[in-house]
Design a protein around this ligand. Structure first.
Ligand SMILES: NC(=O)c1ccc[n+]([C@@H]2O[C@H](COP(=O)([O-])OP(=O)(O)OC[C@H]3O[C@@H](n4cnc5c(N)ncnc54)[C@H](OP(=O)(O)O)[C@@H]3O)[C@@H](O)[C@H]2O)c1
Length: 307
């Protein structure tokens, strides 16, 4: 029997997986129907309309936990009437690992070699000692900078609110983006999708990059203007692109990006469901515990900034 002061938490929609219910109870939460709940865990990474409908009739909900790091699908619902938390930073380790994998694969020519049916001429450049620019300074970037340490790179981070980061030589605010792109051998996109960051990389930004530079995107496809990227890859404006996320997504069969030799695509597997499950479960459990004790929750969404 849950104690009488256990927080009353609803898990919705009905199709939310059972492990989320286990994560709530592991944190001391008492699972109740929405009408009796003071907090709600939303178990679907999309379906903002479904959540809107539920919240309309649930004024008692003081806290909503969203499952993903990116909240762009929910941004119209997020207001100051409730506390909102998301999965920001929770998937940082697996996503950073993929960012490093894609960076090395791109710079060392694996896209070409893996597709080849003959002995190709030598190509590729080192990550070791490279100039690396990372867009975004959140959880993924923190983990990525740690993984980058042995490669002795010169690292510039571009983030919304400049503040020092361990592993970064320079941190710039986003109005200095062009300075950060010039001369970079590797650009990693790891920021939140907002109206300000949609299309943050278009033809003019790609033009600033070195002809040998690779861009890695592990955030959202809409950060990069796809048509401009295709043109830049076809014309050799940059060395290549390694994309875990695309616009459109899923990338349709026959899309030009599939057949470009200097493009590597993974199907949004920065964190697979198997990787995500224990990480999100731990976050839910921890936040339910904190909610029960009136403590600050992890991963709050800033209603002004929209991430
Ligand atoms: N590929 C995948 O499977 C996968 C998995 C998880 C997440 N993601 C995506 O990756 C994104 C980042 O994840 P995270 O966990 O690192 O999130 P996070 O901790 O919320 O970090 C978001 C970062 O975006 C930065 N940002 C926002 N607006 C900016 C702007 N105009 N210019 C420069 N930087 C800006 C923020 O800067 P400040 O810190 O200075 O405010 C913050 O550092 C998520 O939003 C999600 O879209 C993808």
């Amino acid at each position: 029997m849950p104690s009488t002061d256990a927080p009353r938490i609803a898990l919705v929609p009905d199709r939310a997986p059972a492990w989320m219910a286990d994560a709530i109870t592991a944190g001391g939460g008492h699972l109740v129907p929405v009408g009796e709940a003071e907090a709600l865990v939303w178990g679907s990474p999309t379906d903002a309309g479904g959540l809107a409908t539920i919240l309309r009739d649930a004024p008692g909900i003081r806290w909503v936990q969203l499952p993903w790091a990116g909240v762009e699908a929910f941004v119209d619902l997020i207001d100051d009437d409730r506390l909102w938390t998301c999965g920001k930073g929770v998937y940082a380790e697996p996503v950073a690992e993929l960012a490093l994998t894609l960076a090395l694969a791109g710079l060392r020519g694996l896209g070409t070699y893996a597709r080849a049916d003959r002995w190709e001429p030598p190509a590729g450049s080192n990550l070791t000692g490279a100039q690396v620019t990372v867009l975004g300074g959140g959880g993924i970037t923190e983990s990525f900078l740690r993984l980058l340490r042995p490669f002795d790179c010169h690292v510039t981070v571009v983030r919304n609110r400049a503040q020092d980061m361990e592993g970064a030589d320079v941190v710039l605010e986003s109005d200095r983006l062009t300075d950060a792109l010039a001369g970079a051998d590797l650009v990693v996109v790891a920021l939140a999708l907002t109206p300000d960051t949609e299309g943050i990389i278009s033809a003019s930004e790609l033009d600033l990059m070195e002809p040998s530079a690779w861009i890695v995107n592990v955030a959202r496809g809409r950060h990069i203007v796809t048509a401009d990227l295709v043109a830049a890859l076809q014309q050799g404006v940059i060395g290549g692109a390694a994309l875990d996320v695309t616009d459109p997504e899923p990338l349709p069969e026959g899309h030009p990006l599939w057949s470009l030799p200097n493009c590597i695509i993974t199907p949004h597997v920065g964190n697979t469901p198997d990787m995500a499950r224990p990480l999100l479960a731990e976050r839910i459990t921890e936040n339910v515990k904190r909610f029960a004790h009136g403590e600050e929750l992890i991963g709050p969404v800033d209603t002004e900034l929209g991430y």
